[in-house]
Design a protein around this ligand. Sequence first.
Ligand code: HEC
Length: 504
Amino acid sequence: MLRPTTGATQQFFAVAITLAVGAIAPGAATAQSAEGASSAPAEVTFHKDIEPILQRSCQNCHREDSVAPMELLTYEQARPWARSMKRRTAMGRRAGVMPPWYVEQNIGIQEYKYDPSLSVEEVAMMGAWADAGAPRGNVADAPPARDFGDGGWTIGEPDLITKLPELIIGGEQPDWWGEIETTSVGNTSDRYVEALEFREVNDVLDTEDSRETVGGRFVFHHMIWSTQVIGDDGAQDELREEDTTTGWPVHEVGRNADTFDPQAGRLLAANSSVVSNSVHLHSNGRDTKSHLEIAWKFHPEGYEPLLEPARRSLGDGLNIDIKPEEADQQLHAYTVLQEHQKLTTFEPHLHAPGQRMCLEAIWGNHIETLTCAGYDHNWVRTYEYADHTAPILPKGTILHITGYMDNTTANRNVPDPRNWQGSGNRSVTNMFIDLGIGVKLSDEQFLEQMEERRQAISWRTGDHVIGCPLCPYDDLTIADVTEEDAEDGDAGETSETAETAAQQ
Ligand code: HEC
């Protein structure tokens, strides 16, 4: 394991103490309400202040042919919702807040890709606008209307869209698990994927009432899937099986887009098909015909990944014991990183009683909360760290997740809080997992990544870097690693890893 030199260790303690004090600063309440914030400008108008927020953070969903019940494109459409918008944007990072994005703003890493959430100032502005009677202001201040020619995908205009087969689920049918017909993706050359996004398209209108259940009118609750190259006989091409099968993050109801580390694009081999034997449908209360679409964004032809994906096995499916009629119940799970890793996403996965999850990294006596996020099982979110905030963690780091469960009537996702809840697959039983992903780093890549990070954030001696316990030690070398491992008797293996990395 890497260890800082003695001089650095003292600095390290000083930093850790400052950090701990910062983390429990007064006012660090769980669900932050912005109602107390008072930084809104005096005269807030629709065209000048509110419209840009709606364009950036709301209109992807609040427009025709998208998921939300009403449109928020024009002043006339937004005006009647002013009070409701004030309320829904000021709820704090918990179920119900708009937009559905739950990273808490008072702890941990704050910069994520495709973060649509409102700043404290913007929330205050929404409130001030509603309180002032929702004034229109000057049309000349309006930003140009958004162009949805790209289909309104968060990842931007896709390079390819794959439509999966239609499935039907009856209004009174129980949960269904099964396979979908293997479907050609439509790519004819090997491509590396930069980002992808799912959309469920079904025949229940967003204005129709659907059963008050998790997922609302949407019926695809998950799809665990891979892409594979399938021959004319329907079997997988055995010769290329190893290097043409790619696993992708599981799709879940209400889930947002996936992006991969820019240096770890995933292969979509030429002529791939989507293969899944694990689709989970959950009825929305009426007969529904539905299919999924996958939008792909590729790296340019000729792109080669430099880093390999890593998964972390972090969760507990055994000890879930959720008592009836009780809020703030906690679950804990741990894992130890066996290799250096950059965590690129955090993805709390709970079920209906899930209320919140925190991810913590423990390295020696360095204990740091990376992310705390509220949870709403209607809106499964994956949080993608920005390139310059993704945690870079040494092997041996302990990752710890805490799940917070609310099994009371205050949690509208729970059908009947008088029930005890345990573990299981159905939408009414429970899971407790961080489905986040990351990339593996060799010793050399680990040092390189930390150097890149220091440059990206204009690091100066003494600066603490959240999520990167060794970043403050810019004098670490591979020799530190081999020397350490020599004591453990496996120096040979480590220096070989370092050599291989050096050759790449
Ligand atoms: C990811 C999609 C999505 C985004 C982004 C989004 N909404 Fe929503 N919104 C929905 C859906 C779906 C509903 C209906 C379900 C619910 O009430 O939670 C909704 C409900 C609402 C409601 C309540 C409507 C009612 O019937 O009372 C308001 C108000 C609202 N949104 C405002 C906003 C504002 C303002 C933004 C941006 C700051 C925003 N939403 C961003 C999808 C979205």
